[in-house]
Design a protein around this ligand. Structure first.
Ligand code: 6PG
Length: 250
């Protein structure tokens, strides 16, 4: 596992500062990528921390700078609950962002939860990702995603990749079904794997809340946590609010 470089963490003020900083990076990254790619791809994380950012992206001065018709929206992971369930990650992102901006419906790639189980959903999603990537590989340029947003759980999990689960060692599959989450909500999950998540021009961790202080400290001490294993073919940056800053961290 690659050593964690402290330079990869930027401590920002509060949640509003986190959302503004992330929104500016996303807009810049997509403006840059749109010079040499017709279709752009953003992979959205679930959980509660990104909600502020999602709401901000649909407003000015960010909305007008985004090439909405060219952006495709994917998800890092999903709780295997009905689409209209409030625990559904895609529903959160659609309510906060995708329904508030001129996003073509066909550009939103949800993980299906109306199929037999999370394993079938993962297979379908991998097929959809491979088709979108036009047969491209995820370990060679060009990357699958322009931006991948990630979250951090208090136990060090990210996406639905949990400490001690075999899924964190997956090297071939792009998506996996998880029979039972390692953290609440305790429902089956569908998750992208580290190789798929790493196929990105920029990976941006969004971390906020006192309950994340300990996990951040463990990542900075290079403990082998799933979130510490997350890497990107391109850039990797952690944006962390003051509330989640471990004592003594600079
Ligand atoms: C999920 C997420 C998960 C999340 C972290 C942080 O579906 O639960 O994808 O990995 O990012 O648990 O969640 P919060 O932002 O709510 O703290």
């Amino acid at each position: 596992m690659e050593r964690f470089a402290p330079s990869r963490i930027h401590f920002v003020g509060d949640e509003a500062a986190l959302a503004r900083d992330a929104a500016e990076r996303i807009v810049r990254r997509l403006a840059h990528a749109s010079r040499d790619r017709e279709r752009l791809a953003v992979c959205l994380t679930g959980g509660s921390t990104p909600r502020h950012l999602y709401a901000l992206l649909a407003t000015e001065p960010y909305g007008a700078r985004l090439p909405w018709p060219r952006i495709h929206w994917f998800f890092t992971d999903e709780r295997f609950v009905p689409h209209d369930d409030e625990r559904n990650n895609a529903r959160m992102a659609i309510d906060a962002l995708l329904d508030r901006a001129p996003v073509p419906r066909e550009n939103v790639h949800r993980m299906r939860t109306d199929v037999a189980d999370a394993h079938e959903s993962a297979k379908l999603y991998e097929t959809e990702l491979r088709a979108f990537h036009a047969g491209g590989r995820i370990d060679k340029p060009p990357p699958l995603f322009d931006v991948v947003l990630m979250g951090l759980g208090p136990d060090g999990h990210t996406a639905s990749l949990y400490p001690g689960h075999a899924s964190i060692d997956e090297t071939k599959r792009w998506a996996l079904g998880i029979d039972m989450a390692g953290y609440e909500p305790y429902v089956p999950r569908v998750t992208l794997t580290f190789p798929a998540l790493a196929s990105a021009r920029e990976m941006l961790f969004l971390v906020s809340g006192e309950d994340k202080c300990h996990a951040i400290a463990r990542v900075m001490q290079n403990e082998d946590l799933p979130s510490a294993r997350a890497h990107s073919e391109g850039e990797l940056l952690w944006l962390v609010t003051r509330s989640a800053r471990p004592a003594g961290a600079h």
